[in-house]
Design a protein around this ligand. Structure first.
Ligand SMILES: Cc1ncc(COP(=O)(O)O)c(C=O)c1O
Length: 434
């Protein structure tokens, strides 16, 4: 590092400390976000350092992050993307590609998924001309169950794609076993659950692919970003090609002739020796990330264990603080799991003398941020009117979630005092309605 660079970075550290000074908590005034990025001095320095070196496209930090993150999660390959939604799109689209031969997904094939969750777990199914088959969830864990998934499998079902609900693992080992038994592909949307385990094994290691989001609400942040993980080196290459315009060449940015046959191959009816760099073997996208984002991600990755511990601590404190409160269903971890929680879900029970809007209005008036379980029952969203899908069984609980469920934050930026203010406020509201 040059003298001028270390001088600048020292100033960045000073700047950070000045900015962060005196940020106390004033109940009712300080906004308590349901989720957010926790960024420290090292994160700020990492970003500035990447900027100083003008690492504006994917480069050394992106490569290092992919290697380290794959190791952290326990998969062979990780490919960075510009968002978790892009990661889902790439994972599912990879399953439609020729490399999979007769097994590949074709238009009209069905993919079993969950009705109440985040929309871009499901959109890639529709975007690929496939048919979502919606199953219901259970209240309390807000996850689906293996029996529901099994009952949804029909003659055209070829894959399962499900997200862990707000950090709480679904019974992923059983669903992976079901997929294997029935010859189905399995995509595990791990966007909200990095660091969670099921039966002692990390979520994100069960599916043919798993995906992650690095949006600020998530366990690690890039600002915007995502990742596709797999153990298949061959399918990782397919993901990379789809991410990088659909190109056949796998040269890293700035490199040429990695294949040693840049001008020595025949592709289709292109002239012999057509530049491999400009040979496109699939209908791809550009969903790449940058080194600015990856540099931040690397700095964040070092803090993953401490972030996970804080999420667990905050969730448990809220759970204890709300024990016994009437008219609200408290959340529970899926049996056999250790969730790295994304949020704290509550459902207003049918006999409550108040509705969800009343609780949310009260909490928001105290600057306690609240969220829905994302789209609720997705089939009720405007975007899904006119979309071809199948519903397996009833979506009763998905409807309940749409009408009566909400969540508050547990992210590491919330202190014990803040968590107690959240649980105290919820209690106060409920008591006022007795
Ligand atoms: C379960 C799940 N999947 C996918 C996504 C999409 O991630 P991104 O916002 O990075 O596109 C989200 C976003 O929060 C999510 O919660």
């Amino acid at each position: 590092m040059t003298d001028i660079q270390s001088l600048i970075l020292d100033h960045v550290r000073k700047f950070h400390r000045e900015r962060e000074q005196g940020r106390g908590f004033v109940p009712g005034e300080t906004p308590l976000l349901p989720s957010g990025a926790v960024l420290d001095e090292d994160d700020r320095v990492a970003l500035v350092e990447a900027a100083l070196n003008l690492r504006i496209a994917a480069g050394s930090s992106a490569e290092q992050f992919e290697r380290e993150f794959a190791r952290t999660i326990g998969r062979r390959k990780a490919h960075l993307t510009n968002s978790g939604s892009s990661a889902n799109l790439l994972a599912l689209t990879a399953l439609t590609q020729a490399e999979l031969g007769e097994r590949r997904l074709r238009p009209g094939d069905e993919v079993v998924t969950v009705a109440a969750g985040f929309p871009t777990t499901v959109h890639p199914i529709v975007q690929n001309g496939l048919v979502p088959v919606f199953v219901d969830i259970e209240l309390g864990t807000y996850n689906t169950t293996p029996d529901r998934v099994e009952a949804a499998i029909g003659p055209r079902t070829r894959a399962i794609m499900i997200a862990h609900a707000l950090g709480n693992p679904f019974p992923v080992a059983e669903i992976a076993a079901l997929a294997a038994e029935r010859g189905l592909f399995f995509v595990e949307d791990n966007c909200d659950a990095v660091g969670s385990t099921y039966q002692g094994r990390a979520t994100g290691t069960f599916g043919d692919f798993s995906t992650v989001s690095f949006y600020p609400a998530h366990h690690l942040t890039f600002g915007e970003g995502g990742c596709v993980l797999t153990d298949s080196v061959r399918m990782a290459k397919v993901v990379e090609s789809l991410r990088d315009w659909g190109r056949d060449c796998w040269c890293a940015p700035g490199c040429s002739n990695t294949c040693q046959r840049r001008f020595g191959q025949q592709f289709g009816t292109l002239p012999y020796g057509y530049d491999h760099k400009y040979t496109f073997s699939r209908i791809g996208y550009n969903l790449k990330t940058t080194d600015l984002q990856a540099a931040l991600g690397l700095s964040q990755l070092a803090k993953l264990p401490e972030f996970g511990a804080a999420r667990r601590r905050n969730w448990q404190r809220l759970r204890d603080g709300l024990e016994g409160v009437p008219w609200l269903l408290l959340p529970r971890a899926t049996e056999g799991s250790d969730p790295s929680w994304f949020g704290f879900l509550l459902t207003v029970l049918p006999d409550a003398p108040f509705d969800r809007t009343a609780v949310l209005t009260f909490l928001e008036s105290r600057r306690i941020g609240t969220r829905m379980l994302f789209s609720g029952n997705l089939t009720r969203q405007p975007a899904y009117q006119g979309v071809t899908y199948r519903v397996a069984g009833e979506l009763t609980n998905s409807d309940i979630v749409t009408e009566r469920t909400f969540w508050v934050g547990v992210y590491p930026g919330l202190t014990t005092e803040m968590i107690d203010y959240i649980s105290g406020s919820i209690r106060e509201f409920v008591e006022s309605r007795r």
